[in-house]
Design a protein around this ligand. Structure first.
Ligand code: DC
Length: 225
């Protein structure tokens, strides 16, 4: 059967990753979380005190960073940074607050995009992020742009954090969501934008299952078409 690339871009906390994961598993495709790669890089920078103002330090650090996605004993796939499972750590508020600044750097983006393209060589993948349909895979057969209101997204993220035992105020999360929208959309390097051939899905009032079904239908039409 023909294999395609599915690019899912959109605002933070729109459920891109959960959606992409299910779509990939239903199609027997590989799922790749490009945001996790920026988060893992951010974690490394924080841990090693890499200054974003010093390009030589940034470039040296990027050479030391090896990110992979590996199956865990629990049957999930987790993000590994230099051989260590960092899946939990990269979702902390500390990383969330700093990741937009790190991902705005041209050097960081070039390194990540090269790795992402290599991972997509075989097709049969679903990748989610901000610039997948615009920069990483401009020829992706299916491009989705996901959005939802900032309040709905902040509520979802708060619930997620609560389930992990982290209590963060709604106001703090909403401010983080809005700040990231602003930074992601206004940065000069690969800003978040909806490309012309992307299909927009606003899921403020759309259930998770309906959203998955909608994307699967679109994907199957491309695969069989
Ligand atoms: O999808 P996420 O919230 O885990 O992504 C974390 C950050 O990484 C987000 O604030 C923007 C950045 N990012 C990016 O610039 N390009 C991507 N392809 C994916 C994420």
């Amino acid at each position: 059967m023909k294999k395609i690339i599915i690019a899912i871009d959109g605002h933070s906390a729109t459920g891109k990753s959960s959606t992409a994961k299910v779509v990939a598993s239903r199609l027997g495709y590989l799922y790749l979380d490009s945001g996790a790669m920026y988060r893992a890089t951010t974690l490394y920078f924080l841990k090693h005190g890499v200054s974003l103002a010093h390009k030589a330090d940034v470039l040296r650090a990027l050479e030391e960073i090896h990110i992979s996605f590996e199956p865990t004993a629990q049957g999930n796939t987790a993000t590994f940074l230099n051989g260590k499972n960092v899946e939990e750590e990269i979702r902390s508020m500390e990383v969330s607050n700093y990741v937009s600044a790190v991902s705005a750097l041209k050097e960081v983006r070039q390194a990540m995009v090269a790795q992402q393209r290599a991972l997509g060589k075989q097709k049969g993948i679903v990748m989610d992020g901000r610039d997948i349909g615009s920069v990483v895979f401009p020829h992706a057969e299916l491009k989705i742009f996901m959005t939802a209101s900032a309040r709905v997204r902040a509520l979802r993220r708060q619930k997620e954090l609560q389930e992990k035992g982290q209590s963060v105020s709604f106001e703090e999360i909403l401010a983080n969501v809005q700040e990231r929208d602003h930074q992601d959309s206004t940065r000069s390097e690969s800003p978040l934008l909806k490309v012309e051939d992307a299909i927009e899905i606003d899921n403020s009032e759309l259930s998770f299952n309906k959203q998955v079904e909608k994307i699967l239908q679109l994907a199957l039409a491309k695969i069989n078409g």
